[in-house]
Design a protein around this ligand. Structure first.
Ligand code: ATP
Ligand code: MG
Length: 302
C-alpha cells in the first residue's frame, strides 16, 4: 500500500513535537502526560485508522531494511509500571515480519550479569543489521532503578574506590559514547520514555486488581515503587537531559491515553526509517541475465 508524502510529513511533524532536541532546556515537569494535541476521545477512531496505515507503512520499510541489510535499528523503551510499554510494542510492531524484529526484556540482573560491566548484558542482545531490535527496559535502568535504590549499586561488585558521587555522570558519559559508537556503525537508536501520570498509574493498577484477566499483571513490588515516584521522576529528568543526543534522541511520549502513545511511537519509528533512504537492492546486469536464464530453464523443463 502506498503512503502519501503528506502522511509521511505528518508523521515527521508529530514525532518532532515529542523529541527532545534541546536537552539543556528540557524539564520533565513541563511535559503533560495527558497531552493529545487537543484531540478528545472522538479522535480515537481516526487515530486507529492512522495507526493501521502507519503499521502497514512500517512493514514496507522494514522489508527494505531487511533486504538492504546495511542499517540496524534499536528502539529503547523505558517507563514507570503500567505506562503501556508492552501494549505499545505489540501494537506498533504488529505488522512486522517476526524474522526482522527482536524484542528483549531486561529484568533484575542475574549473578552472571552482575559479574560483568553494566553494558554487557544488553550488548549481547543488540540487533543485527537489517533488523529492528527492541529493548523493553535497557541499560538505562542503570541510571534509574539503580540510582533510586542504592542497594542495587552495592550488588554490582564494583571496586569501592570507583564508586564516587560522579558515578551517574560517568554512566551518562559512557552511555553517550556507546550510542555514538553504535550509530557510527550503522545502528540507528531511538529512545522512548512513556510518560504516564501518577494518577493514571493508580487507575491502571486498580484495573489490574479488579479485572481477573489482568490480575496476573499486578505485582506488589510495582505498587511499592509508587512510593518512590518523585525520585524516579528526578532520575528520568536528569537522564533525559544528559543522554538525549542527535544520533540517539529521547522521545517523551504522553502516556495517559494509549491510543495517542501508540500513534506518536509509530510516527517516530517511521520518521527514523524514512531518514535512511531504504530501497530494495538493485539487481545488476549479470544477475538479470542469470534470472532470465533460470526462467528459460524452468519453462523448458517439466
Ligand atoms: P511487566 O510488564 O511484566 O511487569 P516489567 O518490565 O515491569 O514487565 P518486571 O519483572 O515486573 O518486568 O520488572 C523488572 C524489574 O527489574 C523492574 O522493577 C526493573 O526496574 C528491574 N531492573 C531492570 N534492570 C535492572 C537493573 N539493572 N538493576 C536492578 N533492577 C533492574
Ligand atoms: Mg513490572
Amino acid at each position: 500500500m502506498g503512503v502519501s508524502e503528506k502522511a509521511i510529513e505528518r508523521a515527521s511533524k508529530l514525532a518532532a513535537r515529542y523529541r527532545v532536541d534541546k536537552p539543556g532546556k528540557f524539564r520533565l515537569k513541563d511535559c503533560d502526560p495527558d497531552d493529545t494535541m487537543g484531540f478528545g476521545p472522538e479522535a480515537k477512531g481516526r487515530a486507529a485508522e492512522l495507526l493501521a496505515a502507519g503499521v502497514d507503512h512500517l512493514a514496507d520499510l522494514q522489508e527494505k531494511l531487511y533486504a538492504q541489510d546495511r542499517w540496524g535499528v534499536l528502539l529503547v523503551f523505558q517507563a514507570m509500571d503500567a505506562a503501556g510499554k508492552d501494549g505499545t510494542i505489540k501494537h506498533v510492531m504488529s505488522g512486522i515480519n517476526p524474522q526482522g524484529c527482536q524484542v528483549h526484556s531486561f529484568k533484575s540482573p542475574s549473578a552472571e550479569e552482575l559479574d560483568h560491566d553494566f553494558l554487557w548484558r544488553t550488548n549481547c542482545r543488540l540487533p543485527e543489521r537489517g533488523r529492528i531490535g527492541i529493548f523493553n527496559r535497557s541499560y538505562y535502568e542503570e541510571v534509574l532503578v539503580v540510582r533510586v535504590h542504592r542497594a542495587f549499586l552495592d550488588k554490582q561488585k564494583l571496586p569501592p574506590k570507583l564508586v564516587t558521587k560522579e558515578i551517574w555522570d560517568e554512566r551518562y558519559e559512557d552511555i553517550n559514547a556507546y550510542e555514538r559508537y553504535l550509530s557510527r556503525n550503522g545502528f540507528v537508536i531511538r529512545k522512548f520514555f512513556l510518560n504516564v501520570s501518577r494518577g493514571e498509574q493508580k487507575k491502571r493498577f486498580l484495573e489490574r486488581l479488579e479485572n481477573p484477566s489482568k490480575n496476573w499483571k499486578f505485582s506488589l513490588a510495582d505498587a511499592d515503587e509508587r512510593g518512590f515516584w518523585n525520585d524516579y521522576m528526578d532520575a528520568y529528568d536528569a537522564m533525559i537531559r544528559a543522554t538525549s543526543t542527535r544520533h540517539a534522541p529521547w522521545y517523551v511520549v504522553p502516556a495517559d491515553n494509549k491510543w495517542f502513545t501508540r500513534l506518536v511511537v509509530a510516527a517516530a519509528v517511521i520518521d527514523a526509517l524514512e531518514g535512511l533512504d531504504l530501497a530494495f537492492p538493485k539487481v545488476d546486469a549479470a544477475k538479470l541475465r542469470e534470472l532470465a536464464a533460470a526462467k528459460k530453464a524452468l519453462l523448458a523443463g517439466k
